[in-house]
Structure formats: structure tokens, C-alpha cells
Design a protein around this ligand. Structure first.
Ligand code: ATP
Length: 691
């Protein structure tokens, strides 16, 4: 996609001239680049020129003292003398030192005599002009030697008022700021790789630090440097310059003219996008410098954390909307907040859970078990595929987009995940001390986050409580992409972004409360193009619920056309059961003992004293000779039930569903949810024989 603007020849020439002028201006010292600061600099220079006659004699006196001291040290060979003394070799070197001293004394006398003679001859030939000229040159040299140097102790500020950026970006002030921030030593300087350049948004400068100083160390001193440059740290961006153009000591420094995150938010392009291919990272936001940032969703799992009301829900809906716009993506959404924020996704979601009440949390368990079973099933099917179609035991765009394979990219988005994970209702009501609902959800998510990405499963989790008690390390460690909006403390920022991030200069607690939707984005797993060493500060796009709703409508229409609308979105709420071997794998991934009774749990669902109502009714309406597939909706109609309720009841009754849950039957135009007569009979037999 190309971003461009059509301009006529005259406008093109004008913009070219503007660019040339900008380039020429960027070569000037920083304070001369900006008209306001140039005026200020000119005023300062005029002021200095005006007081020069008054300050000149003082400078000459100081200069005379400086020059005399330097001359005396030279004649006395002071450096050589001091070196010999410090190494206790003065006695040995004394003869040499005395010789040099004598020679320099004679040289000085000879030089002075020659100068005085020369001056006398010139005076005789030219008269007073020679004296004036000589004294002018001599006093000018001594005045320069005696001038106050920038950074010398006791020097007063010359800005007269608030420091302007153009002045602080000037070479000397920049060096002073780096020294004051402790980023370089008192005697060290900086090297400009790119002189300070000013554009619409701010100042940019690229510098080389003194040898052996590391750019990454300077980045950790961002706050001190911001203070030294007299700007709020949100306006200061420090980045290493990597690759062929950069090295470990090269630093790019950007200072915004104003708080870059306070500007009006940018509306997400997803608001108007017809569709989106989720294999491409989802449009996410922009950096302070206006560079676009996209969020990779495939091959990774995303954790979003912040204090309340900072924009977590808005942020997590960005990748979910991108997923909704891709007809080949299966979406599973659970809204732990329980409001309307995620309702638009109901139109497209394969599974949708509206709140975090215990019955909903139990359904989430069933949904995640279904997903875990699907992950395992996908791996075994991927292993059987030919090398050309599946070269790496991972899903490919081709595999995920072909409904025949039944392996669409699947995004599981859970908002306010702590409301599920903190549910301490016993999983099994008969075992009050046994595993809790929240723990089971955590185990399942850990398993999916760990093994799911290669099978096309991605997680997007948001929470206002990212601490280790709520999201244990075993789960957090699997979430490779982290986005931290404002947090209260640096510790909270570190829990989201990962250990060591605060020390490396990444701290979401430094974001302002007014910075809604602004956060630090870090790729911790190396799977995406996001850096794991330096977080990007991103101002995320804004996407309102009405725009999400219409995006979901487009997504639903596209799914309808592609025949990929499944699950809850079409009333097929029946969930698959978890094979015992997958249950064991989940326990293994969760780090707990492998629960032996996994198989029994499944059995416990099947074995009941009496035939479930749905099976009892079905027995009466199914003919003996009926075989093979039947549409779930057809069977529901036969017994006069709601398809959604009917689907759930089938699952509860232990009716196994075919691998391809949606198929065309009886010449239907689209694939519809199906079940087999054999599976229903098997469930009836299991129930009656158990009873
Ligand atoms: N990218 C953005 N730019 C500007 N404002 C935003 C952005 N994202 C969110 N906001 C604003 O922030 C407010 C809070 O957003 P949101 O409801 O997503 O917060 P939250 O962190 O999920 O809150 P809670 O913890 O209460 O659920 C919203 O009113 C919204 O207008």
C-alpha cells in the first residue's frame, strides 16, 4: 500500500525548494535554525558585543595571567618535572631537566629580544600604527585566552529566561547536558553524526559517545538527561542506532516540540478497512515521531496491562477487530468485565463468553478444552501433511485459509482475565479442596500459549492485575508480546514487560495519566519484528465501539461468503470433549502432576443415572435406518428445541462431534453444524448401559 498525494508541477517545485531550504537550515548551529531562537541568539550576540568594551580589560588581564603561567610552566619543563617526581626518578633526570630549562630560558630571552627589536624597527618605519596593531593583536590573543569557557565553574546562564530547545540542542549545551546527567565524563565530549535538525514534530540529532561509553547505558539515564535538557521525559526519545549504520556507542536523540502523546488520537484504519489479512501485523498506532507501529498476532501471545481507565479494552480490541475482519480467522472472545465493550464480536465469534460469572467461567473451561484438543489434533494432522504444503510442522497461510483443512488462525481474546483466574470455586463441587476453576483456566491458557502458536492459535489477554499471584510466571512467561499502558509503580510495569526492563530504562509508570491509549510495546519472545531490548512507546489508534460493530458486520458478511461462520455466531454452541491424552498434556504443561482421573472426568459426564432429556426425546424421533450426518438444526427442529440450547445439551449428554464440525448436508448451500446418528446412538447406549 502506498501513501501519496497528487501535486502539480508548481507545487512540486515549491516543495522541493522548501526541502532544500530545510536541508540548508539543518546545517546551521541549532539555535540559528529556528526564527525565534535565531532572534534570541542575535540578541544575545548583540548584548555581548555591547558589553565587550567593559569586559575586554578583565579578559586581557586574565589572559595575561593564563599566558604567563603557561609560559612559566613551559620554561620550567613542569610536566616532565612532575612526571619524574611522581616516579621517583628526579635525581636521574635532573641533569636533562636543567639542560632543557636553560635552553628554554635562552629561547625565551632571544624571542623577546627579537620581538622587541622587530617592533622597534617597525615603529621607526611606520610610526604609531605598528604599536596599535601589535597591541591590538596581543590583547586580542590574551583576551581569548582569558575568556570564560562554556561549562567553566561559576559561569552564569546566558539565555536570559527559559531555556529553549534550540539552545539546549546546540553542541555545547548538549555536551553540558550529557555531562550533567552523568552520561559522559566531565572531560569527555560528543561527536555529531547528524547535526541537530528541526522538523514539524521535534529535534533530531545523532551522536557518537566517547569511546567505550555505551548507548544502552545512556538510555537508562533518560530522566536525568531530560532534566538536563529541561524537557519532560515523555518528550525525549533515546534510541540506539543499530545495524551497518550504527554501533554500540551511537545514539539517536529526539526531543518533541510538545508532548507528542497529548495530540488528538488517530482513528484506526480498521474503522474503514473492508477486510484484513491477519497474517499481516494489525495496525496498532504510531510512535511519537509518527512512525507507524503494527502488532503481530500470529506466532505470539499478547499481554496487555495497565491501571484501570487507561485504554486496555480499547487496545485489545484493535487486534481482535483485525481478526474479525479476516474471514479466515476464528475468534474466541471472553469478556471478564461483563459489559458491552466486546459485544460486537458476538456476530463473528466462534465462541463468545459474556461475563465472568462462575457458569461462564466453566463454559470458558469447556471452550479452552475444545481449543486445546483442537491444537493437538492440528499437530497430528500437520505431521501427516505433505512437505510442500506443510514444510515446518507449523500452519501456513495456505493451510489456514483453506476451510478443507479446518485449521483457521484462531485468536483467543480475554479481557480482565484476572476475573477468571481468581475464581476459586472448586472445579469439582464434590471436592471442595481440589483444583479451582481459575487454576484450571490458567492451566489451559498456559498449554495453549505454549503449544498453540505453531498450530495457529494466538492469545490476547488484558488485565489490570498483572502480578504473579494472578498471572503465574508459567503463563506470563509464554506471553511473548507485552504492552504496558500506564501503571502505578515501576514494579507493576516490570511485571507486564518482564524482569530487567526497568533497569534497561523501560518504565510504564512514567507515562502520564492523561496519556490514554499510550503504552510501551515489547516483543519478548523474538518471534516478531518487535525489539526485545528496547520498548517502543506507542500511541495506539482509537477505535470506537460503533466502528468495531460495523467492522464485525463486514467480517460476518465476508465469513458468510467464505462459508467460515462457525460456532456461537450461528447458534452452534455445542462444545467438543477433551480427550484424556490431551488432558494429561495440559497438566504436564501446567507443571502439576498428571491428574490420573482425567479420563474419569469425561466418563463422569457420560455416566448418569438416567437418560438426559435431549437423548430421550431424540430416541423417539430418530428412525432405525437413519445413518451418517445430519444437520444439528434439523434434529433440533424435530424435537422443537432452540438450536443453541440443543447443541449445548448434546455436548452435556456426551455426544461426540465429527472432526469437521460444519459440513454441507442434504445439498445445503453452506456448511452447517452437523452431528452423526451413530454418535447419538453411541451416547444413548453408553448412558443406558452405565445406568
Ligand atoms: N488510543 C486511545 N486514544 C485516546 N483515548 C483512548 C484511547 N484508548 C482508550 N482511550 C480512552 O480511555 C478511556 C478508557 O478506556 P478503556 O475502557 O479501554 O480502559 P480500560 O483500561 O479497559 O478501563 P477498565 O480498567 O475500567 O476496564 C476510554 O474512555 C477511551 O476514550
Amino acid at each position: 500500500m502506498l501513501d501519496g498525494e497528487l501535486v502539480d508541477e508548481a507545487e512540486y517545485q515549491r516543495s522541493r525548494a522548501r526541502r532544500l531550504a530545510e536541508a540548508a537550515r539543518s546545517r546551521l548551529p541549532a539555535q540559528w535554525q529556528d526564527p525565534t531562537t535565531a532572534k534570541q541568539a542575535a540578541l544575545v550576540m548583540t548584548g555581548r558585543a555591547a558589553v565587550m568594551p567593559l569586559r575586554y580589560p578583565g579578559a586581557v588581564l586574565r589572559g595575561t595571567a593564563v599566558v604567563s603561567r603557561a609560559w612559566w610552566q613551559w620554561v620550567r619543563v613542569a610536566d616532565y618535572y612532575a612526571a619524574a617526581k611522581s616516579t621517583d626518578t628526579l635525581a636521574v633526570r635532573w641533569q636533562d631537566i636543567a639542560t632543557v630549562r636553560r635552553r628554554r630560558t635562552w629561547l625565551s630571552l632571544g624571542g623577546t629580544l627579537a620581538a622587541v627589536t622587530g617592533e622597534g624597527v617597525w615603529w621607526l618605519c611606520q610610526g604609531g600604527v605598528a604599536v596599535w596593531l601589535t597591541s591590538g593583536i596581543v590583547t586580542a590573543v590574551t583576551a581569548i585566552a582569558g575568556r570564560h569557557k562554556d561549562g567553566a565553574g561559576g559561569r552564569k546562564t546566558v539565555m536570559g529566561g527559559a531555556r529553549t530547545l534550540a539552545f539546549t540542542m546546540g553542541g555545547d549545551s548538549l555536551v553540558e547536558a550529557f555531562r550533567a546527567a552523568g552520561a559522559i565524563g566531565k572531560a569527555e565530549g560528543l561527536l555529531f553524526v547528524q547535526r541537530p535538525a528541526n522538523d514539524r514534530l521535534g529535534w533530531t540529532v545523532v551522536i557518537d559517545l566517547p569511546p567505550s561509553r555505551k548507548a544502552s547505558d545512556v538510555i537508562t539515564k533518560r530522566e536525568a538527561l531530560a532534566s538536563a535538557l529541561a524537557v519532560d521525559e515523555v518528550r525525549l526519545i533515546l534510541e540506539r542506532v543499530r545495524g551497518d549504520e550504527g554501533h554500540a556507542g551511537r545514539l539517536s536523540l529526539w526531543v518533541g516540540h510538545s508532548d507528542p502523546y497529548a495530540a488528538a488520537p488517530v482513528v484506526s484504519p480498521l474503522a474503514t478497512a473492508e477486510s484484513w489479512d491477519l497474517w499481516n501485523p494489525a495496525p496498532f498506532g504510531a510512535t511519537a515521531r509518527g512512525d507507524k507501529v503494527a502488532l503481530p498476532v500470529v506466532w505470539t501471545a499478547v499481554l496487555i496491562g495497565a491501571i484501570p481507565r487507561m485504554g486496555k479494552t480499547f487496545v485489545m480490541r484493535l487486534p481482535l477487530t483485525a481478526a474479525a475482519l479476516d474471514p479466515y480467522v476464528r475468534l474466541i472472545v471472553a469478556d471478564g468485565k461483563g459489559g458491552k465493550d466486546h459485544r460486537p464480536f458476538e456476530q463473528v465469534a466462534h465462541r463468545f463468553i459474556r461475563d465472568a460469572r462462575t457458569d461462564s467461567a466453566r463454559r470458558l473451561i469447556a471452550v479452552l478444552e475444545e481449543a486445546a484438543a483442537d491444537v493437538e489434533d492440528r499437530f497430528s494432522r500437520l505431521a501427516d501433511m505433505d512437505d510442500e504444503l506443510c514444510p515446518e510442522s507449523k500452519v501456513t497461510p495456505q493451510i489456514t485459509r483453506d476451510p478443507a483443512h479446518g485449521m483457521p488462525l484462531t485468536v483467543i481474546g480475554i479481557d480482565e482475565i484476572q476475573n477468571y483466574l481468581e475464581n476459586d470455586t472448586p472445579l469439582d463441587p464434590d471436592e471442595p479442596k481440589g483444583k479451582k476453576v481459575g487454576q484450571r483456566i490458567c492451566d489451559l491458557l498456559t498449554y495453549i500459549a505454549k503449544t498453540g502458536p505453531a498450530a495457529g492459535y494466538s492469545l490476547v489477554l488484558a488485565t489490570q492485575k498483572p502480578d504473579a499471584k494472578v498471572i503465574p510466571d508459567k503463563l506470563r512467561g509464554q506471553l511473548g508480546t507485552r504492552f504496558a499502558l500506564k501503571t502505578m509503580t515501576y514494579q507493576a510495569s516490570e511485571t507486564i514487560l518482564g524482569a530487567g526492563t526497568y533497569k534497561a530504562g523501560m518504565d510504564a509508570s512514567k507515562l502520564l495519566q492523561s496519556h490514554k491509549g499510550v503504552g510501551l510495546l515489547l516483543g519478548a519472545d523474538g518471534e516478531s519484528a518487535l525489539s526485545s531490548g528496547e520498548a517502543l512507546t506507542v500511541r495506539t489508534h482509537l477505535l470506537h465501539i460503533a466502528q468495531i460493530r460495523s467492522a464485525c458486520e463486514r467480517g460476518r458478511a465476508a465469513r458468510d461468503a467464505a462459508g467460515t461462520l462457525t460456532g456461537d455466531a450461528i447458534g452452534d454452541t455445542a462444545l467438543g470433549v477433551l480427550p484424556p491424552e490431551v488432558a494429561a498434556l495440559i497438566d504436564e504443561a501446567a507443571g502439576g502432576e498428571v491428574d490420573e482421573p482425567a479420563a474419569e472426568v469425561v466418563d463422569a459426564v457420560l455416566v448418569d443415572d438416567e437418560l438426559p432429556e435431549v437423548l430421550g426425546l431424540l430416541v423417539d424421533v430418530i428412525e432405525d435406518d437413519e445413518q451418517g450426518l445430519v444437520a444439528v438444526a434439523d434434529l433440533a427442529a424435530r424435537i422443537g428445541w432452540e438450536p443453541k440450547r440443543f447443541g449445548e445439551a448434546l455436548t452435556m449428554a456426551g455426544v461426540a462431534r465429527p472432526q469437521a464440525r460444519r459440513q454441507r448436508v442434504n445439498g445445503s448451500a453452506n456448511a452447517v453444524p452437523v452431528v452423526t446418528f451413530e454418535a447419538i446412538r453411541a451416547a444413548v447406549v453408553a448412558r443406558t448401559s452405565a445406568a
